[in-house]
Design a binder for this molecule. Structure first.
Ligand code: HEM
Length: 411
């Protein structure tokens, strides 16, 4: 057993951590005991900072469970917030639209959306706001295609998705309830319309064969037609799935786009190198950005039994934050971790934990990699002279690490 190091209490919402969480992560890792209690927030929890401890916990779901959700709040066990075997079956229903074959079929649509947004942004130049003009709408529109909802309403979808995320981290309950009910009503209208279509076709029991024939080929139809452990999903499970997919694919991919451009333009020689060798360096830039600036700084697990973690005895039913942002800069894992570098080996840098690990690891990872790959290629081709035009502002929320404002001059 290790004594907790003699450091001031860890508060991820302190002004210093909000401005830049990484120096504190480094202090915690260097203290020989990469774990700290957080007692300053509404819900107390532990934070883990070391790569090996975090990865081991993520791969031990019988001890570090997801059945109380992956946020500091104790949530109802439903849908993605569950352990095997229910979680495995639930996830399988939605994962096939993120398979390599499905993504290859989706790619031309993502390319067309990105080209349209870029043309609009270029027309506004020379001063543009990368977040508002491009990085925010693209992921919402892409997720909307997969869900089967209109993407034009992206400001509302984005607002909902932010509000749902905010609450997950222990915010105002009344505001959350209003948003939650609004989102439920929104998805219910689509679900009801699909059931009416099935009824009009004389179908009482929806089945997979009705997808692409009677019903559109999208996640809403999957939520209706798929079998889930010998039954169909309940309305609550359908809503939770659709909300999870809407939220999961938004802020994160927006952050990846703004973060990677921020770092490449902060040191213009990196942008020049990327332009000179895009085939090789765009994939490295994406993985290095995910490592260096994890868009989700951490997610949570709950201990199901007393367990020793990083030398400290943790009781059962304790929330633990897996600080991916800290793991990704662990010097035991990555050489020169505090420098953003394009000369890293792609395979080695891809071991970052920005997408988590284990049975809950992000199913959207290949989609966001594809999306951002398309985006960087377009930027290299169509705005080679781009430069930062003002300070970047970080996104709101201690657990999210992206730019909510990135002013650019596109030349
Ligand atoms: C750069 C982009 C993204 C990042 C950094 C990211 C990050 C993550 C992380 C860290 C997790 C693991 C949560 C945990 O283990 O507690 C996760 C899970 C998840 N992500 Fe992503 N994500 C991204 C893009 C997407 C996209 C594009 C989608 C869908 C369209 C998506 C949907 C989901 C879902 C549904 C889960 C829950 C999986 C489960 O519990 O089985 N994500 N994401």
């Amino acid at each position: 057993m290790t004594d907790l190091p003699d450091l001031p209490p860890y508060d991820p919402t302190s002004a210093e951590s909000l401005a830049d969480p990484f120096p504190e992560y480094a202090r915690r890792r260097a203290g020989g005991c990469p774990i700290a209690p957080v007692e300053s927030l509404e819900v107390p929890f532990w934070t883990l900072f070391g790569y090996d401890d975090i990865r081991s916990a993520l791969l031990a779901p019988k001890t570090f469970s997801n059945r109380y959700g992956n946020t500091p709040v104790f949530q109802k066990s439903i849908g993605f917030f569950a352990d095997a075997p229910t979680h495995t079956h639930f996830r399988a229903i939605f994962r096939k639209r993120l398979s390599p074959e499905s993504l290859a079929a989706l790619k031309p649509q993502v390319q067309a959306l990105a080209e349209r947004l870029l043309a609009d942004m270029l027309a506004k130049g020379p001063l543009v706001e990368l977040h508002d003009d491009f990085a925010l709408p693209l992921p919402v529109k892409v997720v909307s295609i997969l869900l089967g909802i209109p993407g034009e309403d992206y400001p509302r979808l984005k607002h909902w998705s932010d509000a749902l995320m905010d609450n997950a981290f222990g915010k105002d309950n009344q505001a959350f309830l209003e948003v939650y009910q609004g989102v439920c009503a929104f998805f219910d209208a689509f679900l009801d319309e699909r059931y009416a279509t099935l009824a009009a076709a004389g179908i009482e029991t929806p089945a997979l064969e009705h997808i692409g024939t009677v019903l559109p080929d999208d996640w809403i139809s999957d939520a209706i037609c798929a079998d889930y452990m010998g039954r169909k999903l309940t309305r609550d499970e359908q809503r939770i799935a659709l909300m999870g997919l809407l939220v999961g694919g938004n802020e994160t991919t927006t952050s990846l786009i703004t973060n990677v451009m921020w770092r490449l333009l902060e040191r213009p020689e990196l942008w020049e190198q990327t332009k000179a060798d895009p085939d090789r360096l765009i994939p490295v830039a994406i993985e290095e950005s995910l490592r260096f600036d994890a868009p989700t700084l951490g997610t949570f697990r709950t201990t199901l039994c007393p367990v020793e973690v990083a030398g400290v005895e943790i009781d059962a039913k304790q929330k633990l934050m897996m600080a991916y942002g800290a793991a990704n800069r662990d010097p035991k894992m990555f050489e020169d971790p505090e420098t953003f570098r394009l000369d890293r080996d792609l395979k080695t840098v891809s071991r970052h934990l920005a997408f988590g690990a284990g049975s809950h690891s992000c199913p959207g990872a290949p989609l966001s990699r594809m999306e951002v790959g398309i985006v960087l290629r377009l930027f290299v081709q169509h705005m080679p002279q781009v430069a930062l035009a003002g300070p970047a502002e970080r996104s709101v929320g201690y657990n999210f690490w992206g730019r909510r404002s990135l002013p650019l001059c596109i030349g």
